[in-house]
Each structure stands twice: as C-alpha cells, then as structure tokens.
Design a protein around this ligand. Structure first.
Ligand SMILES: O=C(O)[C@H](O)[C@@H](O)[C@H](O)[C@H](O)COP(=O)(O)O
Length: 269
C-alpha cells in the first residue's frame, strides 16, 4: 500500500495566475534549498503547462530573474522525448527557448537527457550523470531539492504512462519507456527517485484535467491506470499548483492568507 501523504493544493483563478504561483513556488523552494545546503538541484517536466512559468522566471520585468540564485542551481529533467534537442517535441528545446537561453545559468549546470541517442543508451548515460553529480554510492537514490511534475489527462506523470513497463521499475534511477499509446519512446526518472525529492509539486491546469485529477486524488488506488498515484513523496508532503478549472471537482479550498487564490488540503492514506 502507498505511504500516507498530505496534499496541499493552491488554486489560482486562471492560467496567468497559475504560472505566477508556480514561479513564486520555484523561486522560494530553490532559495530555501540554497540557504539550507548551499545549492539546489531541481528536475523539471516538459509538456505545455510549465512554459508560461519558465517565461516568467526569465522575464527581466519580473522579480524572479534577480530572486533565483541561478549560480547555485543545477537543472535536470524528469523526462524527455526520444528526439534531438532541436526537435519541436523536445522538452529541452521548450525549456531552453522559454527560459534557459535568457537566464544566467552556466551550461555545465544544465543536465540534459540526450533524446537524440538510443533511449536505452540515453537512460544509462543519464543514470551515470545522476550518480556522478549527486556522488551516489551503491544503490543510493538521488535526493532532488525540488521535482516539478505535470499530469496528463490519462493520469500519467513524467513519462510514466498507464500500463507501461516503467511503472514496475523500482531499482533503476532512469529508464527508457516505450509508450504504445503514443507509439514512441521516452526517457524518464523512475517513481522512487521522484518520491525521494525533498519537495514535489504538480503544476496542472485546464478543464481537460478536472476529472483525472479527481480520480487520481479521490478515486480508488489503481496506479497501473493512474500512474500519478505512485507519487507519494517520502517527505509525506505533496503540493499541487492548480487553476479553478482543474480543481473544480476537489473539495472547496479556502481563501489563503499567504498566497493569491485559495488553498485546500487532503490526507491520502
Ligand atoms: O514530457 C512530457 O510531456 C511531460 O513531462 C509530461 O509528463 C507532462 O508533464 C504531462 O504530459 C502534462 O503535459 P501538459 O502540461 O502538456 O498537459
């Protein structure tokens, strides 16, 4: 059975407000990690939702470019498509265009998954990258300071798709995962690595996610069908950054004193 977790969900009124809430969350989480440990190691997801947040972080008219301690940050990816970094489907390309090429983050602090390689080779090489940069020994798992996730309308997260091999992987750090639903290959962190992070947050928005978010959080535990249910961080905490549309079938949140919008909590046993 999964470990119990307290889910805190912040609900913002619209897409722009979600992106701002996510940028604020990212900035404060990274700053807290650097204050506590001198550095921050963060893994980002791709897809479309995080793009607006990345653009806000890089926008010189916004406070984040100055707030984020970029010189103490190492950026990794949660997953990548099996395509070159120049491909329109590349998570790296999206992140580079929206943020990386506009922020003072040194190239050797950007740890790209090599989607242009054979997926199994790319997964093995990324696992080596994690072992080397986190200085892991034996069967140790890396502890990221923050992992930012999205959720597909089929309940997948990272590239952990329903009824795929990667859901069963509990010892490797990174795997290649064939996704028959999309007839494609992906490279992805495994769910035990995600659960080891000090902080895990989902960034989810839009009416297309309303039902699946309800089913993942409030429906029966069936992770083969809803892989996002595998995300039960060892910290016992999980944060969701939502808009009113995606949160429409969750218990009504209450207006928050600390962040714009409203906040709710759920205890998942
Ligand atoms: O490579 C990817 O696509 C992502 O890592 C994936 O897990 C994404 O977070 C979800 O598919 C949600 O994607 P959207 O934000 O586009 O809905």
């Amino acid at each position: 059975m999964p470990r119990p977790v307290t889910v805190t969900y912040h609900v913002a009124p619209d897409s722009a407000a979600v992106a701002r809430a996510a940028a604020e969350f990212f900035s404060s989480s990274v700053s807290a990690a650097v204050k506590a440990r001198g550095r921050a190691r963060v893994a980002l997801s791709g897809g479309s939702t995080p793009k607006a947040m990345f653009a806000l972080l890089a926008d010189p008219s916004q406070p984040f470019l100055k707030q984020v301690p970029w010189d103490a940050l190492d950026l990794y990816w949660v997953d990548e498509r099996a395509v070159p970094p120049t491909d329109a489907d590349s998570n790296y390309r999206m992140t580079n265009e929206a943020m990386l090429s506009h922020v003072p983050l040194a190239a050797d602090r950007i740890h790209r998954m090599e989607g242009e390689l054979d997926p199994e080779v790319a997964a093995a090489r990324y696992e080596s990258t994690l072992r080397n940069t986190f200085r892991l020994e034996g069967a140790e798992t890396p502890t990221f300071d923050l992992i930012l996730l999205g959720m597909g309308d089929d309940g997948h997260t990272a590239s952990l798709f329903p009824h795929t091999e990667a859901l069963n992987e509990m010892s490797r750090l990174v795997v290649a995962n064939h996704v028959p639903q999309k007839d494609t290959w992906r490279i992805t962190l495994t769910w035990p690595v995600i659960n080891q992070a000090r902080e895990v947050a989902f960034l989810i928005e839009g009416a297309a996610k309303t039902q699946v978010l309800h089913d993942v959080l409030l429906g029966p535990y069936q992770p083969e069908t809803y892989p996002s249910q595998l995300i039960r961080p060892a910290s016992g905490k999980l944060t969701l950054l939502l808009d009113t549309r995606s949160a429409a079938k969750l218990p009504e949140p209450v207006p928050s004193e600390t962040v714009s919008g409203s906040t709710g909590t759920l205890e998942l046993s």
